[in-house]
Ligand binder design. Structure first.
Ligand SMILES: Cc1ncc(COP(=O)(O)O)c(C=O)c1O
Length: 416
């Protein structure tokens, strides 16, 4: 179960009931004076306040949020977007759906985009960098913003897996040009399906609304920020009131959830960080991550597989939770196909898969993800559960013979 999904209860029920009793399930058909009903608009207002961005627009999914963000930035055929090779399916497919080309980048030992990749991959066609804050840990945004400074390349923050996290005191989703969130069932907070876009730029806000509401910009949005841009053909990614009610109740749970996760993670770290040779995922700003998964890097894929197996035997489930794979391993990347033959942004890159889309092009990321193990923390984990994870790791650790491997790693700069 997802973190927020475990917590669904009275607060969600109460707001869903309120929405049903209003009898207005479409966000823009309000009950009085042209006002929309409360749920989606309240979610947007509170979410913007939470993130510290001027605007928030709720949509139907995190994937929709990505397409809306790309469209708002005017990204389409002929354009390129830098995307970490280790990221969720939609981070690649949303770019292809918009007709642009995803250009794949290596991740570093934070399991997020390596900022040095931006200079290596940027071309005159690069319009954006899609920064994916992977599983609760914000990417190194200072270095990423420095790498795009003065280039005109926009930073899109994909916060789908890290709602509530901060980077150097600011909420993620408020630092790049535009942020995207997902409320799918396995995310930090959920409405089953759902998503949201944040920005502080009124021009981008207008375009996100038009992207998500078949090109329209209604009176509700006019009041928040007067229209100044062009009408264009958008899609329909509007969130309904029932999803809005659940997402709103979940948003209100987020601060307490984050506090709890961070406290449990600290307890886990206190129990394991002295283990000889242990290597953790690098967290660029340890004050702001969510802490629901604790990643270790082992010396080899074989060590990682063995550790997973031995922990599973003790009841610690540390299989990979996110369903994330390197894009080159997935069929959509291997075919390079779009929904229509002429729509693929990879036409002209023959033979396919071209360099930049093959396993051998990403040795650093491949090595990291093969050697990692994620220790889990659930929203309902008790102190005893956390202590069990720590004790289990301590119990199996000596069998991995990390002392000898650790000494070998200490001399190797290429390992985290
Ligand atoms: C990083 C990332 N981006 C985008 C998405 C897409 O969100 P959704 O499933 O709501 O479309 C997800 C999750 O599935 C994700 O993990």
């Amino acid at each position: 179960m997802g973190l927020g999904e475990c917590l669904v209860g009275e607060a969600e029920k109460a707001l869903v009931l309120q929405a049903l009793e209003r009898g207005q399930l479409f966000r823009y058909y309000g009950v009085g004076a042209g006002e929309p009903p409360a749920m989606v608009s309240t979610l947007e207002r509170e979410f913007a306040g939470h993130v510290g961005s001027k605007f928030a627009l709720a949509v139907t999914s995190g994937t929709a949020a990505l397409e809306v963000a790309l469209g708002a930035l005017g990204i389409g055929p002929g354009d390129e977007v830098i995307v970490p090779v280790w990221s969720w399916i939609s981070c690649f497919t949303a770019v292809v759906r918009m007709g642009a080309r995803p250009v794949l980048a290596e991740s570093d030992d934070s399991l997020n985009l390596d900022p040095a990749e931006i200079a290596r991959l940027r071309t005159p066609r690069t319009k954006a960098v899609l920064v994916v804050h992977y599983q609760g840990v914000p990417a190194d945004l200072d270095a990423i913003l420095a790498a795009v400074h003065g280039t005109g390349v926009a930073v899109i923050e994909d916060c789908a897996e890290s709602a509530g996290a901060t980077y150097r005191g600011r909420a993620i989703g408020s630092i790049g040009a535009i942020g995207t969130f997902s409320f799918q069932a396995r995310k930090i907070i959920t409405s089953g399906e759902g998503g949201l876009v944040t920005t502080s730029d009124p021009r981008l806000y207008e375009r996100t609304v038009r992207m998500s509401d078949v090109g329209q910009y209604r009176a509700f949005h006019e009041k928040l920020s007067p229209a100044a841009g062009q009408v264009f053909s958008g899609s329909n990614f509007r969130m309904g009131e029932l999803a809005g009610a659940v997402a709103l109740a979940q948003l209100r749970r987020l601060p307490a959830l984050k506090l709890r996760l961070r406290a449990m993670r600290q307890r886990l770290m206190d129990g394991i960080q002295d283990l000889p040779g242990i290597r953790f995922r690098r967290i660029p700003d340890p004050a702001g991550d969510l802490g629901f998964e604790t990643y270790l890097f082992l010396p080899s894929a074989r060590h990682a597989a063995r550790l997973r197996e031995e922990l599973a035997a003790l009841g610690v489930n540390c299989t990979q939770h996110t369903g994330t794979y390197c894009h080159y391993a997935r069929a959509y990347c291997q075919t390079g196909a779009a929904h229509a033959p002429g729509a693929s942004p990879f036409a002209g890159l023959a033979p396919w898969p071209a360099p930049g889309y093959r396993e051998q092009d990403f040795p650093r990321t491949r090595s990291l993800v093969e050697r990692m193990v994620a220790l889990p923390l659930g929203a309902l984990y008790t102190e005893a559960d956390v202590d069990h994870v720590a004790a289990s790791l301590r119990a199996v650790w000596p069998g991995l013979e990390m002392e000898t491997v650790g000494a070998r790693l200490a001399g190797s700069a290429s390992n985290p």
